[in-house]
Design a protein around this ligand. Structure first.
Ligand SMILES: *Cc1c(COP(=O)(O)O)cnc(C)c1O
Length: 435
């Protein structure tokens, strides 16, 4: 499998090169040159095969021989080493819980897959790879945990001091080993600007083998397809409906939903997709009007979706051969305000006992709106974070405290270790430069 750059001004790359570089040299996103076609036999076998067998078969064509089968089998097994249950909420709405991983975020799957691929590739590179990443919260924890102890890879995470939640900070700063947290005296935008400057800096480029771990990387984007295959396996077992499920995806950079659309395109029998957004709704606006206009992101209570110019939108357009009509047939958008999000958490808890996090609540409301218009349809939301990651909002909506899950408990007895630096590229560069 070869990948081409969507900016169309860089050579094609295999999976190894695309993973190591992250972004193509022309700053475009990598996209598969040909899409695999799932055989009807494979689709029919899905209810019977294990999730590891399924995952290996789905990922193999994308890896295209860059990793031997036995290593890829180990990688997918380690990637999916936790539950991804499809939990019914109402007769026509279920929740695919993606938050049972080590950092309680759906980003665990992509981070774990990518880390192990990079670990494999670093063996033949004869160099230490330095992963540099800025985080506003969830990405950093998933990346830190995913890369912890992976040989040949050093991880440096920049986070804005005092602007991530206590649990998130502990997830970033207590790993040790090959993970270093740089606590920047500034905002998330400062952290991101410093990371961007580092990738442009020729001194650093010469001295270090730098790469990023954001959702642009094919090794983080592509394994997200696996959620949809797991959900389909479960849907066939549990759903009251024989129709393909409608899927509502809480979306920010649109990596997750784009992976689902890719799974559908290659033959997985999925129904309609809903791009569920908070007020940062560039894509729902586009789907309604045909005009794409990026904006400056506004802060909301579903903050992992506060994105004003979703990076994976170009991949979605490519998947639909830039046909607006083609896109409109498969995906619709919805915009859910903070007030409605909080009200949804409250109402769903009162009605069913199910506790949504703010991101899942955005998806839930959008799906509820859709099935109201289409009463014969049923489907599920992707619940992307554990409610305990947003305690103030959720506890205010449900009226009592949340129980801390087992994965998080040990964090509270660990010591935070960070390197405090000013929000200056020069300071971070000095720290990064060897010798
Ligand atoms: C990252 C994130 C999202 C958005 O996912 P995209 O792939 O960027 O659209 C949604 N919910 C949570 C909790 C996240 O961390």
């Amino acid at each position: 499998m070869q990948y081409f750059s969507l900016a169309k001004n860089a050579p094609a790359a295999d999976f190894k090169t695309a993973t190591i570089l992250g972004q193509a040299p022309d700053k475009g996103l990598y996209f598969p040159e040909t899409l695999p076609v799932l055989s009807p036999e494979f689709i029919q076998s899905l209810p019977r095969i294990s999730k590891n067998e399924m995952a290996f078969k789905v990922m193999k064509p994308y890896v295209g021989g860059a990793i031997p089968d036995s290593d890829l089998q180990t990688i997918v097994q380690e990637t999916l080493d936790f539950d991804i249950p499809l939990v019914p909420i109402l007769s026509n709405i279920a929740s695919l819980e993606l938050f049972h991983g080590p950092t309680l975020a759906f980003k665990d799957v992509g981070a774990r897959f990518m880390s192990r691929c990079l670990g494999y590739f670093s063996k033949s590179l004869d160099a230490t790879i330095t992963v540099l990443v800025a985080t506003s919260g969830d990405t950093g924890g998933a990346v830190a945990n995913g890369f912890l102890g992976v040989p040949g890879v050093e991880v440096v995470i920049l986070y804005p001091s005092g602007k991530v939640s206590p649990v998130q900070e502990l997830q970033l700063t207590t790993c040790g080993k090959n993970i270093t947290a740089l606590e920047i005296d500034g905002s998330f935008d400062d952290c991101q600007a410093i990371v961007k400057a580092a990738f442009m800096d020729s001194d650093l480029q010469q001295k270090l083998f730098l790469t990023s771990a954001n959702s642009i990387n094919v090794a983080r984007w592509l394994p997200q397809q696996l959620y949809y295959f797991i959900a389909y396996q479960e849907w066939l077992k549990t759903a009251n409906s024989t129709k393909p499920p409608v899927i509502s995806v809480p979306s920010g950079n649109f990596g997750n939903i784009c992976a689902g659309l890719l799974a559908k395109k290659t033959g997985l029998p999925l129904g309609h997709f809903i791009a569920a957004c908070n007020i940062n709704d560039v894509v729902p606006q586009y789907l309604a009007t045909g005009n794409y206009a990026s904006v400056k992101a506004q802060p909301t209570i579903s903050n992992a979706m506060d994105v004003g110019d979703p990076s994976n939108f170009v991949r979605i357009m490519e998947l639909f051969s830039h046909s607006f009509e083609g896109l409109q047939q498969v995906i619709s958008g919805d915009t859910i305000s903070d007030a409605i999000t909080a009200k949804t958490i409250q109402e769903v808890y009162a009605q069913t006992g199910y506790i949504l996090d703010p991101h899942g609540a955005v998806a839930y409301k959008a799906l509820q709106n859709y099935v109201k218009e289409h009463p014969l349809e049923a489907g599920f939301i992707l619940e992307t974070a554990h409610p305990v990651k947003f305690p103030e909002i959720v506890e205010a909506s449900i009226g009592h405290a949340l129980t801390i899950p087992a994965q998080v408990q040990p964090l509270f007895s660990k010591e935070k270790i960070s390197v405090q630096l000013p929000a200056s590229f020069e300071a971070v560069k000095d720290w990064l430069m060897p010798g």
